[in-house]
Design a protein around this ligand. Structure first.
Ligand code: ADP
Ligand code: ZN
Length: 761
């Protein structure tokens, strides 16, 4: 801190007319979590000088009324004060920085890359529990005192007291007993519950004991050894490198991650392992827990207090391995040694709300900044990743065979257009025969159908009218029981009429098959079999995934019907048949990644079959058996798909050869949405014409639209989109920044900017 110059304190306010030497002082630059996007400068009063530092939050007066706001201090400098007087910081919120200098730098980069407000990014990298708890004193733990009650406790109170036999947070007690916070507060008041320390001292809530123990294999397969060596080399040299494990399902990728993490931990460093979604990848998490006791599993069911406790453990370096979804990349590890992203092609690594960051890019930035390896693994790497390997930027290690010599299952493609494959339902005779073969041999079956509900739409047999959501441009899906029409866009539930709302003809047809109808059809075809269904409708309660998967593993279920939920990361040796009921379901969506996603999904689910001694098969039902995505998945040759798809992307400047910025405009008023989208598109074209890129031939900047978005209306809002595309990322971002900098958004209109979107609907 700067010392006083003698005559007067540095911090004494001077009248503006004093013209002696320039005033000296300390200035803090702060960013508000919302509202004003511009960083603001405040004077740091002497009393607060020691406490104001980058990464802590401070309270600052804002606006004419000088209302106090919480803001993130992002920089502090000492020196000459500016001409115009500054307001002073009013107080300091945190007793230690919440963000390291590196994290602050990261948030700056993120806000530039994804055109997001800095405050929004700062909020996104800190878990809610950390932001909410002032002074971070920890959450009180409550315990039943056993004191005699004046009245006998009510049943609700008794449940809480039973749950409080061991110290637990109020949040945990409420979750366990189902009692409200008021009931718990009352028990504290009456002395039946007492505070017994703070949750701070808790071991990380890692969600329970591992159910399965995977033994460390005595030896790695040669391809695994090569992959591990490729990770070790930069790790030991202390330099950054991105290594992509392109390995078929069951090729031992996870074992390679585990051993790379072992080495990281042995060196006293921490590893972050990202998975698409914790509840869908229980086996991966179990394997990490079984191998390394202190694993912080950051899953979506954690309460803010639990998250906060985890965060503190990680900050202190008491946790060696962090496993979690997208946001776990921000885990504040003090000595990061390795980052792993499993199933790196999954779209869940991109955040769908602002800031719309991609965890893969964030991971690369962090790994580069820390000088540590980044490992990306997948049986079906994204085209973005593939291209960077082909360009020699990243290192690709191939693991083409399953460990233990089991073969990838043969795939039978059933052409749904062929009259001989007709059936009454959605399961063809070939698929039925395959299922029978597997069940007769004592095996299990998995059926993938990526549409939930009973029927995908209701259509009048007389006038052809399709029943749509009144708020969205989407057909209602039929769900049973109760003949409900549910909108998969906004969640609206309505009772379906028994006649056509247009022409009143009776009994409109329920067309298209969802997982509910499929389950019913399967029960009819295989009356003796035990059938279960896994989709978001059946998996609503905590633990339901684990229960169903445990039952499937214990072979209490013969046939598992499900959506893409069943396609990921599961390893069940007795699955002998995997059936893909409709491989084309997502192929014709208005999304340039439709083919890539289809190939990935079919390849991934096919890989669930034949993992055990009994072998297995895959049956893929499709109306487009000649599509490169289907052919490649049928041959377990994902790379063939990549090679056929890349030139198509290049010709159109789509990723990975170009970048896209998608702007979506929404309004309750269709004309207002269309006009504003038109205005933005015009501004973009103006700027593009003024850009030096315009001189390139062919042009390297393009503006598409405006056009109604593929989902043209959602929750009563009309949606229009504009896409700006460019070969050069920085140039494209600049274009969008310039075009949108001074826009005054009209009333009733909202719009968002999505850089490198993965969602195109
Ligand atoms: P992937 O992540 O590529 O799907 P895993 O690492 O899960 O592959 O390996 C598939 C199965 O093979 C797992 O049950 C794993 O325990 C086992 N396994 C992996 N590596 C070896 C090895 N070197 N020797 C024996 N079994 C192995
Ligand atoms: Zn709707």
């Amino acid at each position: 801190m700067q010392k006083s110059t003698g005559q007067r304190s540095l911090f004494e306010t001077q009248p503006a007319w004093v013209e002696d030497d320039a005033r000296q002082g300390i200035v803090a630059t702060v960013v508000l979590p919302d509202g004003v996007d511009k960083p603001l400068d405040y004077l740091v009063p002497e009393a607060l000088a020691a406490a104001v530092e980058p990464g802590r939050r401070v309270r600052v007066p804002l606006g004419r009324g000088n209302r106090e706001r919480l803001a993130y201090c992002v920089a502090v400098r000492a020196g000459e004060l500016p001409q115009q007087p500054l307001k002073a910081v009013a107080g300091v919120e945190d007793d230690a920085p919440l963000l390291s200098p590196r994290m602050l730098e990261l948030t700056q980069w993120m806000s530039e890359k994804w055109l997001a407000r800095r405050g929004e990014v700062l909020e996104a990298v800190l878990p809610a529990g950390v932001r909410a708890i002032r002074k971070r004193r920890g959450v009180p733990l409550l315990v039943a005192t056993g004191a005699a009650a004046a009245r006998a406790p009510t049943p609700a109170q008794a449940k809480v007291l039973a749950a409080a036999a061991a110290p637990a947070t109020a949040e945990a007690l409420a979750a366990q007993s189902g009692a409200s916070r008021a009931v718990i507060a009352r028990l504290v008041k009456t002395g039946l519950l007492a505070v017994a320390g703070v949750a701070d001292d808790l071991a990380p809530a890692d969600g329970g004991r591992p159910r399965i123990v995977h033994d460390r294999p005595d030896a790695l397969a040669p391809a695994q050894t090569r992959a591990l060596e490729a990770i070790r080399a930069p790790m030991r040299a202390g330099r950054h490198e991105t290594i992509v494990l392109f390995g078929v399902t069951g090729s031992g990728k996870t074992e390679v991650y585990l051993q790379a993490v072992e080495e990281t931990v042995a060196a006293g460093k921490q590893a972050i392992v990202l998975v698409p979604e914790i509840s869908l990848t229980p086996q991966t998490c179990d394997r990490f827990r079984a191998r390394f006791g202190r694993v912080a599993v950051l899953h979506s069911h954690l309460t803010p207090a639990e998250r906060h406790a985890q965060w503190r453990e990680i900050v202190k370096g008491r946790v060696s391995v962090v496993v979690g979804a997208r946001s776990a990349i921000f885990a504040p590890t003090p000595r990061l040694g390795l980052v792993v992203i499993d199933e790196e092609h999954e779209s869940s690594f991109k955040q769908a709300t602002a800031p719309r960051y991609h965890a893969r890019d964030v991971a690369e930035w962090i790994a580069r900044a820390e000088g540590v390896p980044l490992v990306l693994g997948s049986a079906t790497p994204s085209l973005e990743t593939f291209a960077r390997c082909l360009a020699g930027e990243w290192t690709m290690c191939r693991l083409p065979d399953r460990v233990g010599g089991s073969q990838l299952p043969p795939v039978i493609t059933v052409d749904l257009r062929d009259p001989s494959s007709r059936s009454r339902g959605s399961v063809t005779p070939r698929l039925t025969a395959g299922m029978k073969w597997a069940l007769d041999a004592g095996g299990q079956v998995m059926l993938l159908l990526n549409r939930r509900g009973f029927a995908t739409h209701v259509q009048c047999r007389s006038c052809g009218h399709t029943v749509r959501c009144p708020q969205c441009d989407l057909a209602l899906t039929v769900h049973r029981p109760g003949n409900r029409g549910i909108c998969h866009g906004c969640g609206l539930v309505t009772r379906l009429a028994h006649d056509c709302p247009e022409c009143h003809a009776p009994h409109p047809a329920q067309r298209g098959t969802g997982t509910q109808r499929l389950e019913e059809e399967i029960r009819g075809l295989f009356p003796g079999a035990r059938v279960a269904r896994m989709d978001t409708d059946t998996m609503r309660t905590r633990g339901s995934h684990e229960r169903t998967l445990d039952a499937f593993r214990a072979h209490e279920i013969d046939i598992l019907v499900g959506t893409q939920m069943i396609a990921k990361g599961l390893d069940f040796p007795s699955v002998m048949l995997v059936g893909v009921v409709n491989a084309d379901a997502a192929l014709h969506l208005a999304d340039f990644r439709a083919a890539e996603r289809t190939c990935q999904l079919v390849t991934q689910v096919a890989g669930r079959s034949g993992r055990g001694q009994l072998g297995g098969r895959v049956v893929v039902q499709t109306s487009t058996p000649d599509h490169p995505a289907i052919i490649a998945a049928g041959r377990h040759d994902y790379e063939a798909f990549v090679r056929s798809e890349l030139p198509l992307r290049e010709a159109l400047l789509y990723p990975p050869f170009g970048h896209i910025v998608r702007i979506v405009v929404r309004s309750i008023d269709e004309q207002a949405a269309a006009n504003w989208a038109e205005h933005i598109a015009a501004r973009l074209r103006q700027e593009a014409a003024a850009s030096p890129a315009e001189a390139n031939d062919p042009p390297t900047l393009r503006v598409l639209g405006p056009a109604p978005a593929p989902i043209a209306r959602l929750r009563d809002r009309f949606r229009y989109h504009v896409q700006a595309m460019g070969r050069d990322e920085a140039q494209l971002r600049d274009l969008v920044r310039r075009a949108t900098a001074t826009l005054q958004t009209p009333d009733k209109v909202a719009w968002i900017v999505d850089v490198d979107p993965v969602e195109m609907l």
